[in-house]
Design a protein around this ligand. Structure first.
Ligand SMILES: NC(=O)c1ccc[n+]([C@@H]2O[C@H](COP(=O)([O-])OP(=O)(O)OC[C@H]3O[C@@H](n4cnc5c(N)ncnc54)[C@H](O)[C@@H]3O)[C@@H](O)[C@H]2O)c1
Length: 368
């Protein structure tokens, strides 16, 4: 157990496997504003670590540390396969955003991010919004995910949905020989920010769409605009439905042993993070002949969108970059076949290869 914010600074490594592989983990505290944050930088092999700030009431410092270590590692892999010259980082602020968020706390946090000198760029995540990033940016130059009024990219779900659509087209191409989804029946679980935009892209492409959401309001929003969309009661009904593509766009952990066993879709491709409930599910999907488009590959449109702010945001340039998710996903499917591994394993290998091969180039001496 750690107790960095209390008294002991000795035991900050709960899992040598996790933290030992991170380049840098920084604990930040400011008593007056109540800030308690952890910034984790997994890798800067490709450039400064980019990842959002999660503001969440963790039960313990240990839980916050585990989360930030996992999230920053995941960002390194996502950024690498998105073709970005960015490494992986992430931050967590421990607290209830509804009660604890204040200007002073966000600005104190901004000063700690600034103190890293550009090794870490922050952005929005669960519990933080573009308006918060504008406040952080008063103290810090290394902030993305800002409001449009401040030159930011705005709602990142636009290119997240677009990227998922590109990944799905690649999966259709691999499975059916054509990227078109015309006439395919696609089940979208969760029609929030990402899901409802994906539904529109699918309908434009001629797909039949069936949706579910725990929020009646979210379902109604889609049905009002697109009465042709079918609705099923819940996620279990969607997974058991006669669909060609299953698209998890709600929470993580949508695919476990039981759901994979009952899945009728030929393709799984969605926007949700961490879709595989545990290691091994990727094998089970492959054994059942279901093509899984790795989540962090196809949902990288959002980070591509906010990363573009670093150069001065240009939506056309960001969209062109997100279009490449089609090629990357196809490449992963081919590599998976060639190497006899599930696509999730091929994706990890490809990301590690880029971090290693491109990261290594810094060893070339540039002279004085
Ligand atoms: N927004 C982005 O740019 C982005 C980028 C990358 C990944 N993601 C991931 O995509 C997923 C969706 O993100 P979002 O921004 O659309 O969030 P959101 O909160 O706007 O939408 C999620 C939707 O899922 C619904 N939902 C929750 N539990 C459900 C359940 N059990 N069954 C059916 N529906 C359920 C919610 O009611 C909501 O409408 C998340 O996993 C998120 O981490 C989002």
């Amino acid at each position: 157990m750690t107790d960095v914010f209390g008294s002991s600074h000795k035991d900050t490594d709960p899992s040598p496997d996790g933290q030992a592989r991170h380049e840098q983990v920084v604990f930040c505290a400011d008593d007056r504003s109540g800030l308690r944050a952890i910034i984790a930088i997994y890798s800067t092999a490709l450039g400064p670590g980019l990842g959002g700030t999660r503001f969440y009431p963790y039960e313990s410092e240990q839980a916050a540390l585990s989360d930030v270590l996992n999230l920053s590692r995941a960002m390194a892999y996502k950024n690498a396969l998105a073709g970005l010259d960015l490494g992986g980082g992430k931050a967590v602020i421990i607290g209830d955003p509804a009660k604890d968020k204040s200007e002073a706390l966000l600005r104190a946090y901004g000063r700690f991010v600034q103190s890293l000198g550009g090794r870490y760029y922050t952005a929005c995540d669960v519990g933080t919004y573009s308006e918060d990033m504008d406040v952080v940016a008063k103290e810090c130059s290394f902030v993305t995910g800002r409001t449009v009024a401040h030159g930011g990219a705005g709602d990142s779900s636009i290119l997240t949905a677009y990227g998922v659509f590109q990944g799905m087209r690649a999966a259709a191409s691999h499975t059916y020989g054509s990227p078109s989804l015309r006439g395919r029946r696609v089940g979208v679980e969760g029609v929030g920010k990402v899901g409802h935009r994906l539904v529109e892209l699918l309908l434009d492409d001629g797909a039949e769409v069936v949706i579910c959401d725990v929020s009646e309001q979210a379902v109604e929003r889609v049905r009002t605009r697109h009465p042709q969309v079918d609705v099923v009661a819940d996620a279990a009904a969607l997974k058991a439905a006669d669909i060609d593509v299953y698209s998890p766009c709600a929470l993580g952990g949508a695919l476990d042993d039981e759901t994979v066993a009952g899945l009728r879709a030929a393709i799984v491709c969605g926007g949700a993070n961490n879709q595989l409930a545990h290691t091994g599910v990727e094998k089970q999907l492959a054994e059942r002949g279901i093509l899984y488009a790795p989540d962090y590959v196809v949902n990288s449109g959002g980070v591509i969108q906010v990363a573009d702010e670093i150069e001065g945001f240009d939506m056309d340039r960001a969209r062109a970059k997100a279009t490449q998710i089609f090629d990357t996903t196809l490449k992963i499917f081919s590599m998976a076949e060639e190497e006899g591994v599930p696509p999730a394993v091929a994706a990890d290998r490809l990301a590690e290869r880029r971090m290693s091969e491109v990261g290594r180039l810094r060893a070339i001496w540039l002279g004085r």
